[in-house]
Design a protein around this ligand. Sequence first.
Ligand SMILES: [Zn+2]
Length: 482
Amino acid sequence: MQKNSLLLFNPSFITRYAPFLRDRYLLTKSNHLRLRYVVGGSAVFAVLAGMALGNVLTPSAQQIALLEPAAGLTASAQLQDPLRRDPAAKESAALVAQDEQAQTNSLQPKLVQVKVGKGETLSEVLEDAGVSLQEASDVVKVVSRHINPRQIRAGQKFDLRLDPDSTGSSLAVTEASFAIDPLRTLRVERGNNGDLQSRMDEKPITARRQAARIVIDGSLYMSADKAGVPDRITANVIRLFSYTVDFQRDVKNGDKMEVLYDSYLTPEGELVKTGDIVYARIVLGGKEYPLYRFKTKDGTEDFFTPDGRSIRRSGGLMKTPVAFGRLTSGFGMRNHPVLGYTKMHKGVDFAAPIGTPVYAAADGVIEKAGRFSSYGNYIRVRHSSKLGTAYGHLSRYGKGIRPGVRVKQGQIIGYVGNTGRSTGPHLHYEVLVNGVQVNPRSVKYTIDNRLKGNELERFREHIRRLGQEYVQNVPSVKLARN
Ligand SMILES: [Zn+2]
């Protein structure tokens, strides 16, 4: 590019030597950038027309102009100082004109949709749309009453209505709507007194049951995705069946998965979030595994097989009730590391760093949670009238853990520590039968977790209802029936 022509057409050069002029750029439909000079208010003084892009403009201005070839919109504000901002940010600050006339006069009222570019602030986006710095800062102030403007992310789109202000020389925001998320729209409006007013419109969400039927072809995830099942739901289905199914090995093409789950939608049917699975069934090589979510009379919710067995509670005691634990001392006689003589070790020790989560080995009720002699911080859980487990040397207790609280198998009840008579961070774990410590390996513990009597009847009725709901909601089943 030749220096001379650049200098001649460089807007800052002209405005520097003719300070009474204000430059305005216009982008024509034929991709030409038109520079117009304005004296004082709005009188057109001179038009420098027909500069083919690529010849004379500074590289950044060129880049910007080319980005929006179809915009047909006055680009005055956008191009006032092309070098001031990062061109990449500009790239996304797309302006889409809905007002055809706008290209011939920058101070026509206009409706624009602006898109936030990477690293751009709300104020910059507004300035790019053609409003003054002061006006942009007023809008930001109003927006800040509802949200932190810094939370506005790249890619978000806003609608603006701009009108000439009282001086007629710049544009003011008369209406703006910011879609904050699928549920919330912030509306800003200029009141009769000229002040900006704002309100947050929130859409109601409705819960709906969603049903899907997937025939596996390739990976389970891909097949579920094709059927429109959100990944989170698929992951939860896999977790539910992970007690019984090896998903890496057992799942073959032609196998099936059915799922019924809650979803929360906007009035337009846009998914806001997914909720819980209420029914899931997988069919592997012709073998069926249905599970139903059900709330038992004690208020806990769980998944049950059709004969009323809870999937989670059927496994007996957890063998290692600590995350990342390494067994360092078993049950039986040993040389006591602190006392120095042979003593019966009435539990098993798992070495683990301080703070490692400790789990309830089975469902039960907290019997004790507090200091207890050489155990330091100690928890005892009652699982049945006969069976209990105990956890010693903890650094601290899990959230809400205190006597009388009901816990589920695998729930975090405390954290590994080094309290009491202990030589290093570890979990001391005991299994007690009728209050006496026993070797955990010797305990054959299976809880009778079947629903009985009235509860089983209630569960059967629940299954029947879920079955109906599934059939009503799943598209393919409905088609097959018609
Ligand atoms: Zn121990």
